[in-house]
Design a protein around this ligand. Structure first.
Ligand SMILES: [Zn+2]
Length: 159
């Protein structure tokens, strides 16, 4: 399932990417741009019922709190985010991360990270950043747990 998030839903878009959903987002859309993204099999996520009420694949959200928005969306579409897809996508670029071979990783990340996370180091080929399991990820898992999206933070994805 692919999404396009309306402007003003940037934080929600980031969290959808955390959960592995392909989510297009830009802070401003030109006339017709959202409609054409929807034609590319993306479901629009918006708070604007007036403008989009006669459009097809639209998810309307009521809350202005990102945690509530995420829960509304998942409940509305009956989605159960698959933990194996979490943290597989660049939160900035929305592209899938690639696991990096040891030869590349040792050149690109601090040595202690390489030895701690060997085999678990990923990169985004769009922005060139490197990622590994760490405290940032743990904080996001704790947040998902607090929202009731993740059942128990320490269970998933930690190495
Ligand atoms: Zn990136």
């Amino acid at each position: 399932m692919k999404f396009v998030a309306d402007s003003m839903l940037g934080r929600l878009a980031t969290w959808l990417r955390v959960l592995g959903y392909d989510t297009h987002y830009q802070p401003h859309y030109r006339d017709g741009e959202l409609a054409s993204l929807m034609q590319q099999d993306r479901r629009l996520v918006t708070r604007d019922r007036t403008r989009w009420k006669h459009s097809g694949e639209v998810v309307f959200l009521d809350s202005n709190l990102v945690g509530e928005q995420l829960k509304e969306l998942l409940a509305g579409l009956k989605l159960q985010p698959e933990p194996s897809a979490w943290f597989t996508r660049c939160l900035r670029c929305n592209v899938l991360l690639e696991t990096v071979a040891d030869e590349e990783a040792i050149e690109k990340v601090p040595e202690y990270v390489f030895y701690q996370s060997r085999g678990n180091i990923k990169t985004c080929r769009s922005c060139g950043r490197y990622f590994w399991p760490g405290s940032h990820r743990n904080r996001m898992l704790q947040q998902l747990t607090a929202w009731g999206v993740a059942e128990s933070a320490p269970t998933y994805g930690l190495t």
